[in-house]
Design a protein around this ligand. Structure first.
Ligand code: NAD
Length: 479
């Protein structure tokens, strides 16, 4: 792994702009220097994408799909290098990175290749009129992604935008440039036409991200990140009414009914609260548990939280990872303090683990289980994005649904019950883009993914992605 991360423009690495450091979340030590793209570098990346657009857009979709499969194959060939890059930036465990983050990257290219190649065109006959629709790419798309699942989330947008015929400029998070930088090398190594995929590094507001979304040569923006950032981006593209696809924050509810398989509900909630250090937009931060099982569920989840293992990323049994940065750790800890101020009972965690080694310089926090707060407390309303949940009892199904829906966010929800009727009834009443029943984060990449309310605009996944990344033109012929 090189100790410098460069941009990738027009098929070649570009080492321009001042550099900034990334830090190893495990130890807090600087890892690599990253070039920051200023307006001139962003300009070149957009120009490269624009120059590559006509030929790429004109390729038959089967050919673009073949390129996506080549990228997926090459990701698998350089699998361990991508795993190492992802771990260096995030401190994720090797087990998660090998089974989730990097394989999903390859799957993102492969599944969108299949979906795009098999998509039927639509045509309608009405007496002596034939109407049919062709889809054309949006043009040059800016892809802006966060740090929590860097490779998975970037490829989730790169695959469908490319197969739909767009050329793109990707800006990874300033915290996690590594794995997308390897993807750029992979694109060059398989001979992807220069300019089709460009990568620029840097920060958000007042830096590369803002320069990119505002650029007049960018036709659309696809963004995953905080709701507040989505709102800022929306304002900055409003004058040019650029299409946006936004996958934003969440304050996701989990409902545990007394008729649930409690073992499954506890283990499922351990995953849904603590996976990736709680740094997944889909993680559960609010749990509502039917009163007869509230005490048992809470005690068991708290006990499991205390047994999560803060190993090193390379230890295969590590189950807790650090926060991404010192700043984010401080934000999560400020919510632990706020919870105490708001009168929470701390059933597990609540502090910072001590190791007596170099990990004490890292960004770890304890997995934390809280009870006793009101539904209006800030801890129950604001996205914390850490390994923490609050658990509250409920008495009726109606109350449970009402509590779950009492949020400005609406990304995901989880329902634990053994009643088929209740599962359907509750799932369709929840104001969320995704509802899991007796499971969490089980994904079929053909299904629509996205949130309501502050959690986003639009849906990606399967044909929904292809719809966003292209525009229909309806052609009507009088026969
Ligand atoms: P963030 O909004 O701070 O940053 C995301 C990206 O946007 C980064 O690349 C950043 O540099 C860039 N950015 C920031 N300000 C910008 C601006 N003004 N113009 C252009 N680009 C700008 O988010 P984060 O802290 O990296 O990620 C965590 C957030 O992402 C959480 O809120 C989480 O819920 C959300 N998220 C949502 C989903 C989803 O699918 N809905 C998935 C993962 C993460």
């Amino acid at each position: 792994m090189s100790d410098q991360v460069t941009h990738f423009i027009g098929g070649v690495p570009v080492a321009e702009g001042a550099t900034f450091a990334t830090y190893d979340p495990v130890t807090g030590q600087p890892v690599r220097r990253v070039h920051e793209a200023d307006r001139a570098v962003v300009d070149r990346a957009v120009a490269a994408a624009r120059a590559a657009l006509p030929r790429w857009a004109a390729l038959p979709v089967e050919e673009r799909a073949a390129w996506m499969r080549r990228l997926a194959d090459a990701i698998e060939e350089r699998f361990e290098e991508l795993v190492a890059a992802e771990i260096a930036d995030t401190g994720k465990s090797i087990t998660q990175t090998r089974t989730l983050d990097i394989p999903r990257g390859a799957a993102n290219f492969r599944s969108f290749a299949e979906i795009a190649a098999q998509r039927p065109e639509s045509a309608f006959h009405l007496r002596d009129v034939l109407s049919y629709t062709v889809r054309r790419p949006l043009g040059v798309v800016a892809v802006i992604v966060p740090w929590n699942l860097p490779f998975l989330l970037a490829t989730w947008k790169i695959g469908p935008s490319l197969v739909a015929g767009n050329t793109i400029v990707v800006k990874p998070s300033e915290h996690t440039p590594g794995s997308v930088a390897v993807l750029a090398e992979i694109a060059a190594s398989v001979g992807l036409p220069p300019g089709v995929l460009n990568v620029v590094h840097g920060f958000g507001g007042g830096s590369t991200g803002q320069f990119l979304v505002e650029h007049p040569g960018v036709d659309a923006v696809t963004f995953t990140g905080e709701s507040r950032t989505g709102s800022t981006i929306m304002k900055s593209v409003a004058d040019r009414v650029k299409p946006v696809s936004f996958e934003l924050g969440g304050k996701n509810a989990g409902l545990v009914f007394a008729d649930a398989d409690l073992d499954a509900a506890v283990e499922g909630s351990v995953r849904s609260v603590f996976t990736n250090g709680g740094q997944v937009c889909l993680c559960t931060e609010r749990l509502y548990v039917e009163r007869p099982v509230f005490e048992e569920f809470t005690a068991r989840l708290a006990e499991r939280a205390g047994r999560l293992k803060f190993g090193r990323p390379a230890d295969e049994d590590t189950t807790m990872m650090p926060m991404i940065s010192a700043e984010h750790r401080d934000k999560v800890l400020s919510y632990y303090e706020l919870a105490k101020d708001e009168g929470a009972e701390i059933r597990a965690g609540g502090g910072v683990p001590r190791f007596g080694d170099d990990r004490d310089g890292g960004y770890y926090v304890e997995p934390t289980v809280l009870t006793g707060l009101s539904r209006d407390s800030r801890v129950n309303r604001e996205e914390i994005f850490g390994p923490v949940c609050h658990i509250m009892p409920f008495d009726t199904e109606t109350e449970a649904v009402e509590l779950a829906n009492d949020s400005e966010y609406g990304l995901a929800a989880t329902v634990w019950t053994s009643s088929l009727n209740r599962a359907h009834r509750v799932a369709r009443s929840l104001e969320a883009g995704l509802v899991w029943v007796n499971t969490w984060y089980l994904r079929d990449l053909r299904t629509p993914f996205g949130g309501v309310k502050l959690s986003g605009i639009g849906r990606e996944g399967g044909t929904h992605s292809l719809d966003f990344y292209s525009e229909p033109t309806t052609i009507t012929i009088k026969l």
